[in-house]
Each structure stands twice: as C-alpha cells, then as structure tokens.
Design a binder for this molecule. Structure first.
Ligand SMILES: [Zn+2]
Length: 238
C-alpha cells in the first residue's frame, strides 16, 4: 500500500462533478467543478484510495512493460532462465579487425573476438547467437507442446519482435521472440501454448480462452506475470 498519494487539483469550468485522473507518468490529478471547496478534496481522495492504488499500480506495470532496461551495456554474463543456461562472456580484441566473431566454448564461455570496441557489432553478434539458441531450444519445445496438446502448426520462425512474445498467422505460422529465453520456463510454456491455441481460434474470443484453460489450466496467473516480464530482458538484447 502507498502512503497518502500526491495529487494536484485543477478547477474546470466544464466539469460538473469531481473527477480523478491518472497520467501515464503516474501523476494523480483531481479535477473539480468551478466553485468546489478545496478543503473537501483530501477526504474525497481518501475515500477513493483503493481505486487510486489499483490505477497507480496498473500505470507502473504499463511503464515497466514499455520501458525495458535502458542500459545497452555489453554483458559479462548471460543468463537464459528459460533453458537453465548461464554463459560467461569474454571480449578479445584483435588488432585491425573490422568485424566480430562469436565462439561458444564447451565450458559455457562465450568468446567475442575481433573489433570488440564496436559495441553495435558486438550487440548484433550476440543477438544472432541468441536467435540461434532460440531456434535450437524454443522450436523443439514448441514441437513437444504441440504433440502434448494435439495442436499442430505449419511452421515456426524466430524473430526479435519489439512488443510481443509471439504471434501466429492465419496460415498457422508461429513467430517466437528470442527474448523469451530470458523468462522463466513456465512463462515461456504459457506463451507457446497461447500461440498454439491461435492455430484453432484466430482471436481472443471466449472459445479461445476456454481452449487455453483446457491446455494450460494455470494460464491466468502466468498472463499477469507476463505483462511485466519484459523487465527480465537485458537492454543489449532489446
Ligand atoms: Zn493471442
């Protein structure tokens, strides 16, 4: 719970009653009709506390969803929660190099070699490696769930979408985001089942959710977690 929320009061000639507004920045504004006694505002805000808390929490969630980790710094360690892998990343400079090469080692070291001062090149190489990891691990996982649930698809592709974890086209092609690798396995599974359910219902109708509940009974709690899961994606990978 929050302590008493900060707010501003604005008098509006058009307002006929008191109205509470919350901006995307999380600012609470109390709009009152002309002539409204400002001394009545604190009690009014107090009465609306439950509503305000819920609305502020929702705005917080939206913000963490749309503002992922800002730092684009290159990683020294990469933790792929989805598949339980942890990689140590080493950067080896090569004189006169104008590109970088990634060399995954057996002992979970990932060597980035070449023009490692060029962070853009390094990030690109790391993202290509990530999407290969996704191809190796997420696509067979999708196959496995497809067999378990009896929901078939035509083709799977790995991409680096900005705003979605996965999608399914009308031709039953499923696109998976390689950033799923940073999420906990149950969340990834929920996304995979969700996209497979779209091969039957190409919408979010009640029939879709009925099928989803049948194939993944705990999906509701997982969907709530997914709303803010983008914060697990490191900035360099986004
Ligand atoms: Zn969907």
């Amino acid at each position: 719970m929050r302590s008493s929320p900060d707010y501003t009061v604005r008098e509006s000639a058009r307002a006929t009653r008191v109205c509470l507004k919350i901006s995307l920045a999380g600012q609470l504004e109390v709009v009152v009709p002309r002539g409204f006694d400002p001394r009545r505002v604190p009690a009014l805000v107090d009465r609306k506390r439950a509503w305000i808390d819920t609305a502020l929490r929702r705005v917080d969630e939206q913000r963490s969803l749309f503002a992922p980790n800002i730092s684009k710094a290159l990683p020294n360690e990469i933790i792929l929660q989805a598949i339980g892998e942890r990689w140590n990343v080493e950067y080896h400079t090569l004189a006169d190099a104008n590109r970088v090469t990634l060399l995954p080692q057996q002992d979970a070291r990932l060597i980035v070699r070449g023009a490692v001062d060029n962070t853009t090149l390094c990030r690109t190489a790391l993202k290509i490696w990530l999407s290969r990891q996704a191809q190796t691990h997420l696509v067979p996982w999708l196959d496995e769930i497809s067999a378990q649930t009896g929901l078939s698809y035509r083709q799977a592709r790995v991409r680096g979408q900005k705003t979605r974890w996965g999608s399914c086209s009308r031709s039953r092609t499923i696109n998976l985001n390689y950033k799923l690798l940073f999420l906990a396995a149950p969340l990834v599974r929920c996304v995979l089942v969700h996209e497979l359910c779209h091969t039957v219902h190409f919408n979010h109708s009640s029939s879709f959710w009925t099928l989803m509940a049948e194939k993944e009974p705990g999906y509701k709690a997982l969907d709530v977690e997914l709303r803010t899961a983008r914060r697990h994606v490191p900035g360099w990978a986004d």
